[in-house]
Design a binder for this molecule. Structure first.
Ligand SMILES: O=C(O)CCC(=O)C(=O)O
Length: 293
């Protein structure tokens, strides 16, 4: 008797087939659970302890993104734990496979009753990565409701490919250069992504998304974590760094970053400064990247 040998798709670890199909079709999937509300609250307290002072000082100086809110997983062991959380990595693995790097992370902090907002944009615009397989996980540490200005997404927009972006000179824009997609977006087609603390969403790097000001009485705080499969490379001349969080890196497209051993100690600060320094250097050589987050 002859047997046909077929390669079976691996069993999903977190997402079911319907969720994977939704991600491929709509460019996002939500809500998913990473951890308990108590764990999210513990991380929230670390954010307040480690990042509040820099956030206040930067906001007074007109800096949109203080450095402790960019790649915090290189400075703080608690943030290194978040980006390695098994429930998040299981879901990401279901989409991009088992060899996973963290390329970037932004702590998105919208104070209560504040005017800051995020215009429609695609993450792909400012990362200079190819192919476009990067997945953003957005993890809520406080309630991210419509009133609090949760992330809103345009379903299916990832299928239009890379769209042109332009700088937007509006001080309320929370992206570092005020970048915004240069096409009209029909707001009625947009879908809000409310999340409770400990829940996360996943969106495709080409999916158009935005968020409104925080009209709620509480700060809206979450982390946008950029995961890439190890096969993805940076297209510019600058050699960038990234963190291997699962599997193996047999491609060597990035210098691998170490895990912080102590909170913002000298070694962690040096690694962090080197990593974000390279990122800004790279952004000067790639026109799209110059619109960096
Ligand atoms: O947190 C927000 O409001 C925006 C998040 C975002 O643009 C992202 O995670 O890519």
């Amino acid at each position: 008797m002859l047997f046909a040998i077929t390669a079976e798709a691996p069993m999903p670890k977190h997402l079911d087939d319907a969720a994977i199909a939704q991600y491929r079709r709509d460019g996002y999937v939500t809500p998913l659970t990473a951890c308990s509300p108590e764990q999210a609250e513990a991380w929230h307290q670390h954010v307040l302890r480690c990042c509040a002072e820099a956030t206040r000082a930067s906001s007074e100086a007109g800096i949109r993104q203080p450095s402790t809110r960019v790649k915090p997983y290189l400075l703080f062991p608690w943030a290194a734990e978040i980006v390695r959380h098994p429930a998040i990595l299981d879901a990401v693995e279901d989409l991009i496979g088992p060899d996973i790097l963290v390329f970037h992370t932004t702590l998105w902090w919208k104070p209560a009753h504040s005017e800051g907002f995020v215009p429609w944009h695609q993450d792909s615009t400012y990362f200079g990565l190819a192919p476009h397989e990067h997945v953003t996980a957005w993890l809520a540490l406080t309630p991210s409701t419509e009133e609090a200005g949760c992330v809103t997404i345009l379903p299916g927009s990832h299928r239009h490919g890379q769209l042109p972006h332009a700088d937007r000179k509006d001080p309320r824009v929370m992206l570092s250069r005020g970048q915004s997609v240069a096409v009209e977006v029909e707001p009625r087609a947009a879908v809000p992504i409310p999340l409770q603390p400990g829940q996360f969403s996943l969106h495709d790097t080409l999916a158009l998304h935005a968020s409104q000001p925080n009209r709620a009485a509480h700060d809206r705080i979450g982390l946008g974590i950029s995961y890439i499969p190890a096969r993805v490379r940076h297209v510019g001349p600058t050699r960038l760094s990234a963190t291997l969080v699962r599997g193996q890196d047999t491609h060597g497209h990035f210098d691998l970053e170490p895990t912080p051993r102590a909170e913002a100690d000298a070694a962690a600060r040096a690694v962090h400064a080197d990593s974000i320094g390279r990122f800004w250097t790279a952004s000067e050589s790639i026109p799209e990247m110059s619109l960096a987050h």
